[in-house]
Design a binder for this molecule. Sequence first.
Ligand code: ATP
Length: 278
Amino acid sequence: MTSHSALVSAPSITALCAASASHVAIEAVLETGSTNADLLARLSDLGTLPGPLLRIADQQSAGRGRAGRSWLSTPGAALMFSLAWRFKGPLHRMTGLPMAVGVALAETIIGLGVPVQIKWPNDLLRDGDKLAGILVETCVDKTDGAIWAVIGTGINLLMPDALEQQIGRSVAAAPWLAQMDRNALVAALLSRLAAVLSEFDDTGFAPFAERWNALHAWHGREVVLLDDGQVRQQGRAVGVDAIGRLLLATPGGLVEVLSGDVSLRLSPDTPTGDTACS
Ligand code: ATP
């Protein structure tokens, strides 16, 4: 029987996956520090992996976000997994990967009945609050110089009050997804993700730009870019370009922003009633 907190089963996920993900090895554990850290350590130790590998945990004691930030969860309340995937490169193409992953996950979640949008570069928002975070970390295959990306995802299924207080901001959850069979949910996400990653490896981000822009949460809104708490850039968010850079309309013209470690916020003096959702 599957309950909300039950550990998923790797063979069940495999059995439910589409052909796009049939070659992905899956390991499920009850708890770990960080599934991203686990896979990166494995790649560092072994130099390579025999193929794509998904590692999923019921609970992470040291979940990671970008730039050393934390991803917080309680057992069974979130879906947390990391996928190690090998890319041909070139390295500069990888800048668009976090946004392509955002498209894959957003489209899957929408298809399952939960409306979400993407905040650049790749947070998934539900009604303006963060439902899911994505962390992409890369390393080089020591055997042949190809690129491994470890793609970590945390999706809030339930959000206990105590956890929201600990996070310290209003966050979203998707109880509708929490009612689904966990194995089927993971299989749906992994199948779409694998299809997108294969396509991305051949084409880069360009074919995904239009899809990302159709899901853009803050399209047309005044935003600020924060770098280490300091406002680095300000303008109107108009979407992403063919390599995944955020385009900001500023008085000085269009500015392209590479994701790096900057954080995007709505400009404090933006009226809240004019959310332009595409
Ligand atoms: P931000 O969300 O602040 O713009 P970011 O996109 O870099 O930054 P991530 O690295 O994806 O964020 O995630 C880390 C941040 O997410 C933390 O700083 C915290 O504010 C928030 N957070 C942590 N746990 C959760 C959670 N379970 N649900 C939603 N948000 C969370």
